[in-house]
Design a protein around this ligand. Sequence first.
Ligand SMILES: [Zn+2]
Length: 279
Amino acid sequence: MTDSTVRTVVDALDTRYPRNWAESWDRVGLVLGEFDHPVSRVLCVVDCVPETVEQAVDLGADLIVAHHPLFLKPVSSIAPDTYKGRIVHRLIRAGVALYTAHTNADVANPGVSDALAARLGLTGLRPLAPAEGAAAGDGRGLGRIGVLPEPLTLEKLTRLAAERLPATSAGVRSAGDPQRIVRTVAVCGGAGDSFLPDATRAGVDAYLCADLRHHPVSEHLAAGGPALLDVAHWASERPWLDDVAAWLRESFPVDVVVSDLDTDPWTVHANRDDLEIRP
Ligand SMILES: [Zn+2]
């Protein structure tokens, strides 16, 4: 165990999730925080938003490890009357550092999609889109493909996903024949529509990811592609927080808390079948 300061924890995170493994458009690493500040408590979150920042302040956390970047596009001001500027001021005033591991954690092995695959009990994991460039090799890549412990109909797999993933208002919806038998499954934490062709090429029976849309899904199914499961973005990436938290606890004498605050923007879901029809 090493002394825990922002610098030592950030160095270790950068070793586990090297910054040059991130996509070129991504922005990862330390966002703010004093390097010499001691770290005794860490909060792991998917999104650095006002609610999770308040959670960190209430817990007395010294560091937030977030999946999504706070700043992906350049800004010319962090004035406190802007949404993100207010977050920056709140964090600095409360002495909370902020670190992001995004596509460099997606591509890592183990990475974000391994934790998602584990929730479904998938085994024999391999990347859906093997990494190229700096991250290439050692089973790294985006998404994972694995085998279910026993074949399930799409309908049952949908229920299993709803049961095993963190609960959200959006829940889980699927596309394809509900009675289709599923043995092999591809998963991708976060928005996964760009890997629809990879899932088809891999010949899996079903592909689970977030943020799927009408036309790409219709066209994918019409072309004979695997059944699709669309889950809430937050729910698909929240399982990874347990993995990074366990590793932080093993590596440093720190208290690590995983945020279960659902930061998915969808808050209400209704089905006609759920409604009580009054005469
Ligand atoms: Zn994401």
